[in-house]
Design a protein around this ligand. Structure first.
Ligand code: ADP
Ligand code: MG
Length: 144
């Protein structure tokens, strides 16, 4: 899997989008990506690239207020979660989280640490960090 156990540096929004696109191109059914890091670090932008890599056209918006956005028009379905507003991991049961996780699509989960106990061990985990000494547009993306 691309990126596994790697530290990837990006220096612009486009580079993060392109990294996401490469993930989207190689994703297989059941792939789960988790995205963690501060507000504005690029989680949604990477997801937009990933959607493009899956062949999804049109806009991919942040699902902060809806928890889940589903895109069915690509090479594989994309299930884009943003669990920032989840108060309790039990709330994920109510939306049938397991069926998406173990289904035939690709799951992307922003703020996954809030529901850490529900994330499968096989997930590709991406953590975003900034380093202002390297510029405002610098991001370190740690993949485990
Ligand atoms: P999040 O979903 O993590 O809250 P977004 O993807 O919505 O963040 O926003 C990231 C913001 O940071 C965008 O405005 C983007 O243009 C900006 N940005 C600047 N440099 C980068 C970079 N290297 N990677 C990703 N986004 C960047
Ligand atoms: Mg976001």
């Amino acid at each position: 899997m691309r990126g596994r156990n790697k530290r990837i540096e990006t220096f612009s929004p486009v580079e993060t989008f392109t990294l996401g696109e490469s993930f989207g191109k190689e994703a297989v059914p059941g792939t789960v990506y988790t995205l963690d890091g501060d507000l504005g670090c690029g989680k949604t932008l990477l997801t937009q690239g990933l959607a493009k890599g899956l062949g999804i056209s049109g806009s991919v918006v942040s699902p902060t207020f809806t928890i889940l956005q589903v895109y069915e028009k690509g090479r594989l379905p994309l299930y884009h979660f943003d669990v920032y507003r989840i108060a309790d991991p039990d709330e994920m049961d109510e939306i049938g989280f397991d069926e998406y996780l173990y289904g035939n699509g690709v799951c992307v989960i922003e703020w996954s640490k809030l529901i850490d106990e529900l994330i499968p061990d096989t997930a590709v985990r991406l953590t975003f960090e900034r380093d202002l000494s390297k510029g405002a547009d610098y991001r370190l993306i740690i993949c485990t």
